[in-house]
Design a protein around this ligand. Structure first.
Ligand SMILES: [Zn+2]
Length: 153
């Protein structure tokens, strides 16, 4: 079962016990509020976005507590996809994933309708970085598409 299915609740799950287990694992990490991101994590986002350009990259944000301290890059997204965030299912299940990050090879960090739909399925804290991919061109959103302030530490 992939990351995407795990977050969504896999409809192909054979047994009810498996399904409730995946539900518990999905809910637990998504409750704590995220207020900070480590510089190193932000730097990896910037570099990954630049590397993937003109394509998008996508990844998962890990935060054991209130700080995003790790980015798990979705494999293969640098090869290019119409919308990289759709490939979130490539990631293994991870209880500390609180949301997603992806890049926009454009001049806006505003989530698209598609982004908003996926945000709701992948946690509560989401980062979008746009061209030219600097410390000034990213924004954080909650699962409803409302801006969230993250402090860089
Ligand atoms: Zn997007």
């Amino acid at each position: 079962m992939g990351f995407f299915d795990w977050l969504k609740g896999d409809k192909t799950d054979a047994s009810d016990s498996q399904r409730s287990k995946s539900k518990r694992r999905r809910q637990a990490p998504t409750t704590h509020p995220i207020t900070k991101i480590e510089q190193e994590a932000l730097q990896l986002i910037i570099e990954s976005a630049r590397h993937a350009h003109p394509n998008e990259f996508a990844g998962a944000l890990r935060a054991p507590h209130d700080t995003i301290d790790e980015i798990v890059i979705v494999p293969g997204t640098v090869q290019g996809a119409t919308h990289a965030i759709l490939q979130m299912h490539e990631l293994p299940p991870d209880p500390y994933v609180v949301g997603t990050v992806h890049s926009h090879p454009s001049r806006t960090a505003r989530p698209s309708q598609e982004d908003l739909q996926l945000f709701g399925q992948h946690g509560h804290t989401h980062i979008i970085i746009h061209e030219p991919y600097t410390r000034e061109t990213w924004r954080c959103w909650n699962h409803r598409g409302e801006p969230v302030h993250l402090r860089v530490i």
